[in-house]
Design a protein around this ligand. Structure first.
Ligand code: AMP
Ligand code: MG
Length: 319
């Protein structure tokens, strides 16, 4: 946990219109004062993010939703009550004063109450909303460690707070600005969790702009190939006969025997939670090692598996 002095300093940095990277339970956020247009412009510039792509506004627990949204439907209240603080973003109709820089010009705003102790402490010290998209350059793999953030942004980010991201992939986004809530991006709050609460399985995908839903988001330099566990061995043998450098992400309680091969074992997650947790750091590791190809074993697509497959699919499509 950060010291009170570090958190207080980070809040001062935010008030001065500068950027603070901080850990959340999903991935690292790159934070700016959500009410300060010039701080928001600085945030978009640092990420290289197009101005029409909205960012999520992070709020402290007990924040007044009516201050940010004109309309909070029953489903949104139920979702917030059940899953906040936590890895869930709600898209709601934005209150008039909410900066249209933060919303990417949309009349809706993405709101989340994170559960990470460092994020909670920062939000409490700052006392307002912190706009914080993932701390990566636009279109690149999200950061899940302070070190990855420092390498990605160097001196452009004034303060980087240390902490671990337990989930490892971005929040579930539920659009509650439409009649039937839709999941715009799957995450650790699963379709099953939402269906249990709302009594109906929500549709996945939507018309609303969400960069996390662009096919080419989350792209490492290596080419990602998604394979089934039973295809893995044959594909390893094929690649062994070429001169590509490649790595493997296995999946399952028993690490798949990889035998004598040129393949580098990049990660061996035993559970879907571990798969999500190590995914982005593993893709970064593959790039650090200069891998041409990563063979990633597909997890089952129920529960958190839907979110892991979503990110793997986008990483694979990115090339
Ligand atoms: P990032 O994790 O940096 O890609 O940004 C956070 C995600 O939240 C992006 O996919 C945004 O599109 C999404 N988001 C934030 N606000 C909205 C909104 N008003 N409507 C739809 N998606 C949103
Ligand atoms: Mg992102």
């Amino acid at each position: 946990m950060r010291t009170a002095a570090e958190i207080e300093h980070a809040a001062v940095v935010l008030r001065a219109g500068q950027l603070v990277a901080f850990p959340t339970e999903t991935v690292y956020g790159l934070g700016a004062d959500a009410t300060n247009a010039s701080a928001l412009h600085r945030l978009y510039a640092a990420k290289g993010r197009p101005a029409d792509h909205p960012v999520i506004v992070h709020l402290g627990a007990g924040a007044d939703l009516e201050a940010w949204a004109t309309e909070v439907p029953e489903a949104a209240r139920a979702l917030a009550g059940a899953f906040w603080p936590g890895p869930l973003t709600l898209v709601l109709r934005a209150a008039p004063h909410v900066s249209r820089v933060a919303t990417g010009g949309l009349e809706t705003v993405g709101l989340r109450v994170p559960g990470h102790p460092v994020a909670i402490a920062l939000l409490a010290a700052f006392g307002g909303g912190i706009a914080a998209p993932s701390a990566n350059r636009f279109g690149r793999v999200s950061s899940t460690t302070a070190e990855a953030v420092r390498r990605e942004f160097g001196g452009e980010v004034e303060t980087v707070l240390d902490g671990a991201c337990a989930v490892g992939i971005e929040s579930t986004i539920v659009d509650c600005s439409v009649d039937e809530p839709r999941v715009l991006r799957p995450g650790a709050i699963t379709l099953e969790h939402i269906a249990d609460l709302l009594g109906a399985r929500p549709e996945l995908g939507g018309a609303t702009r969400a960069p996390g839903t662009l096919a080419t988001h989350y792209a490492p330099d290596a080419r990602i190939e998604i394979v089934t566990a039973s295809e893995l061995e044959a594909r390893i043998h094929e690649l062994d006969d070429t001169n590509v450098t490649f790595g493997v992400i296995t999946f399952g309680p028993e690490p798949h025997p990889v035998g004598p091969t040129n393949a580098v074992t990049l990660a061996t997650p035993a559970s879907i939670e571990e798969y999500a947790n190590v995914l982005y750091s593993t893709l970064r590791k593959a790039d650090d090692l200069g891998m041409d190809v990563v063979l990633a074993v597909a997890p089952p697509v129920d529960g958190l598996g839907a979110a892991v497959m979503d990110r793997l699919g986008r990483a694979a499509a990115g090339r």
